[in-house]
Design a protein around this ligand. Structure first.
Ligand code: HEM
Length: 535
C-alpha cells in the first residue's frame, strides 16, 4: 500500500519490501536473475547463521567492497561539467586543426576543475592552485588542454615533480596537513627551489582563493605549436577568460567557508547549471614565431615564465559554455582521463621539459588509476569520432572486432583500418643540434625578474594580501632557517616585500639573499618589446 513512507509491504521482521511493477523494473543480480528479497540474507533459520551458499549476498557485498578506485595522485578533488566550444575566429593561416579553423563549429567538451593537494574528500576552498582540464571531442580525435588557473608553474623540469608533490601533500609521518601550503615540508622545498619564486608570488595572491569555479582564469601554460598543412609552425599559448570576470574571496572568507560548506564550489557550479546560469569562458591565444621568441628577455620553453600581454597581445578566438551536469559523478568526473599528449592534427608540442615529462606521466598513472589499458573505451573518455586500430584484448575489453585480421599491414581484410598519409597526424618539422646531457639551458636561470614584475604589477591592497599571506604561511613553519631562506628569496623580488614579511615574522636581523644564477632585471613592460600581434 502507498503511504508517505513509500509503497511497500512489511516483512516478518518489520522490514520494508518494495515490489517491481508500473514504472519500476525488476531488480536482478548482475547475471539477470530476478530477486525476490533484497532485505534478507539466506539464513539456516530465522535466527540462525547466514549461509555461504548465499550467492546473492556475496555478489552484492563483493561488488560494494570494490566500489572505490585509487584517487588521482594529484588533483584528486574535482568538479566536472559538460558543455561546448565554439570557434569565433579562424586560425586557418596557422593550423590545419579543424577545431581552430572552422568558425561556428561547435565541439562538445568535458571540463574538470580541481584543487591539487587535497584528497578526493577534501574541502573546496583551501589556498591552492586550481586545475582546469578541458577535453574537446573534435571530429579529428580528442584534444585535451590540461591547464591550471595560474599561467606559470613551480618547476622547470618534470623530473622535479614527484619531489614537489611529496613536499606539498600531507607529511608522510603524520598524515597532515591536507592543504597545499602552511607547512614545513612545503616551505622547506620552496626555499630550496629558486625557480619556484614566480609561482610563489601567484599562489600567495588572491588567485588561489577563487570565489567560484565560474570565476577563474585558466592557462595552458606551456608553449604549444600550431602546424599548417605544409608542416610550418608557430608557437601558441592558450588562455581561458571567464565571462563573469576573475573574482576571489578574502582569506578570512575562505577559512569560514571551509568550515561552513566543504562543497562550496561544487555546489555553486551545480546550482548555477541547474538554474540555467551557464558559465562561459573566452579562449584567447598568444601567437609568436621562433624568431620572435629569440628576442624575449626570457625563455618561452621555461614554464616558470609567462609572456606578458604587452609583448604578445591576446587574441580571442572562441567561447566555451558549460551547460550540463554529468548524469553520474563516478562514471564521468571520476573516470575521466585527461592527458597533455592528446592532440589533434595541426597542434604539436614544444620542447618545454616540463611538458615533455607530462606527455609520459598521465597515461602511465591512468593505467593504474583506472586499472585497464582499455579505459579509453569508457564513454567519457572515448572519442566521439570513429576510432579504430589493431590494438586488442586486455582487461575490460568492450570492443568486439570481427574477423581474422588483428595486424597491419595485411591482405586478408577489406575492412581493416589503414594509415592516412596525407591527412593523418604528423609532427612539426624541427632541427635539433647540441650536446646530449642533463643540462639546463642558461636561458632558464633568471628566477626572480618575473616574480618581481608580478608583485610590482599588483595594486596596493593586492600587495598587502601577498605580504600577509606570506607572514601567515611562514609563521606556521617551525624551523627558523626555512623562514629565513624564504625571506632571503623575497629580497631578490622586492626589498619592501621582504621587509614587510620579516617585520610580520619579528625576524631580526634581515637574512641575506641567496646567490642568484642571473641578474635580476626590472621587467617593466617596454614599448620596444612590442613586436607581435599580427593575425
Ligand atoms: C593531473 C595540470 C604538471 C602529473 C593533473 C590535472 C591537471 C593538471 C589539471 C587534473 C586532471 C583532471 O582533472 O583529471 C597540470 C599542469 C602542470 C602539471 C597545468 C604544469 C604546467 C605535471 C607534471 C606531472 C604531472 C610535471 C608529472 C611529471 C600529473 C598526474 C596527474 C595530473 C600523474 C593525475 C592524472 C590522473 O590520475 O588522471 N595535472 N599538471 N602534472 N598531473 Fe599534472
Amino acid at each position: 500500500s502507498a503511504n508517505s513512507y513509500g509503497e511497500g509491504q512489511l516483512g516478518a521482521g518489520g522490514e520494508l519490501h518494495q515490489a517491481a511493477g508500473a514504472s519500476h523494473p525488476e531488480m536482478t543480480t548482475n547475471q539477470g536473475l530476478p530477486l525476490s528479497d533484497n532485505q534478507n540474507s539466506l539464513r539456516a533459520n530465522a535466527r540462525g547463521p547466514s549461509l555461504l551458499e548465499d550467492f546473492v549476498l556475496r555478489e552484492k557485498i563483493t561488488h560494494f567492497d570494490h566500489e572505490r578506485i585509487p584517487e588521482r595522485v594529484v588533483h584528486a578533488r574535482g568538479t566536472g561539467v559538460h558543455g561546448y566550444f565554439e570557434l569565433t575566429k579562424s586560425l586557418k593561416k596557422y593550423t590545419r586543426a579543424r577545431i581552430l579553423s572552422e568558425v561556428g563549429e561547435k565541439t562538445p567538451v568535458f571540463v574538470r576543475i580541481s584543487t591539487v593537494a587535497g584528497g578526493a574528500g577534501s574541502v573546496d576552498t583551501p589556498r591552492d592552485v586550481r586545475g582546469f582540464a578541458v577535453k574537446f571531442y573534435t571530429r579529428e580525435g580528442n584534444w585535451d588542454l590540461v591547464g591550471n588557473n595560474i599561467p606559470v608553474f613551480f618547476i622547470q623540469d618534470a623530473i622535479k615533480f614527484p619531489d614537489l608533490i611529496h613536499a606539498v601533500k600531507m607529511e608522510p609521518d603524520r598524515g597532515f596537513p591536507q592543504s597545499a601550503t602552511g607547512h614545513d615540508t612545503f616551505w622547506d622545498y620552496m626555499s630550496q627551489t629558486p625557480e619556484a619564486m614566480h609561482m610563489v608570488m601567484w599562489i600567495m595572491s588572491d588567485r588561489t582563493l577563487p570565489r567560484s569555479l565560474r570565476m577563474i582564469e585558466a592557462f595552458g601554460i606551456h608553449s604549444f605549436r600550431l602546424v599548417t598543412e605544409g608542416g610550418d609552425s608557430v608557437f601558441v599559448k592558450f588562455h581561458w577568460r571567464p565571462k563573469l570576470g576573475l573574482q576571489s574571496t578574502l582569506w578570512d572568507e575562505a577559512v569560514k567557508i571551509a568550515g561552513a560548506d566543504q562543497d562550496f564550489h561544487r555546489r555553486d557550479m551545480f546550482d548555477a547549471i541547474a538554474a540555467g546560469n551557464f558559465p562561459e569562458w573566452e579562449l584567447a591565444v598568444q601567437i609568436f614565431t621562433a624568431q620572435e621568441a629569440e628576442q624575449f628577455p626570457f625563455d618561452h620553453l621555461d614554464a616558470t615564465k609567462l609572456i606578458p600581454e604587452e609583448l604578445v597581445p591576446l587574441q580571442v578566438i572562441g567561447r566555451m559554455v558549460l551547460d550540463r551536469w554529468p548524469d553520474n559523478f563516478f562514471a564521468e568526473t571520476e573516470q575521466v582521463a585527461f592527458c597533455p599528449s592528446h592532440i589533434v592534427p595541426g597542434i604539436d608540442f614544444s620542447n618545454d621539459p616540463l611538458l615533455q615529462g607530462r606527455l609520459f606521466s598521465y597515461l602511465d598513472t591512468q593505467l593504474s588509476r583506472l586499472g585497464s589499458a582499455n579505459f579509453h573505451q569508457i564513454p567519457v573518455n572515448a572519442p566521439k569520432c570513429p576510432f579504430a586500430n589493431q590494438q586488442r584484448d586486455g582487461h575490460m575489453q568492450m570492443a568486439q572486432p570481427a574477423g581474422r585480421v588483428a595486424y597491419d599491414p595485411n591482405t586478408l581484410s577489406d575492412a581493416a583500418p589503414r594509415e592516412t598519409p596525407t591527412t593523418g597526424f604528423r609532427s612539426a618539422t624541427a632541427t635539433e643540434t647540441g650536446d646530449k646531457g642533463r643540462i639546463r639551458a642558461a636561458s632558464f636561470a633568471d628566477h626572480y625578474s618575473q616574480a618581481r614584475q608580478f608583485y610590482r604589477s599588483q595594486t596596493g591592497h593586492e600587495q598587502a594580501h601577498i605580504a600577509s599571506a606570506l607572514v601567515f604561511e611562514l609563521s606556521k613553519v617551525e624551523q627558523p632557517h626555512v623562514r629565513q631562506a624564504m625571506v632571503g628569496h623575497l629580497r631578490h623580488i622586492d626589498e619592501d616585500l621582504a621587509q614587510r614579511v620579516a617585520a610580520g615574522l619579528a625576524m631580526t636581523p634581515m637574512p641575506a639573499a641567496p646567490p642568484a644564477a642571473a641578474t635580476v632585471k626590472d621587467m617593466e613592460p617596454s614599448p620596444a618589446l612590442q613586436i607581435i600581434g599580427k593575425m
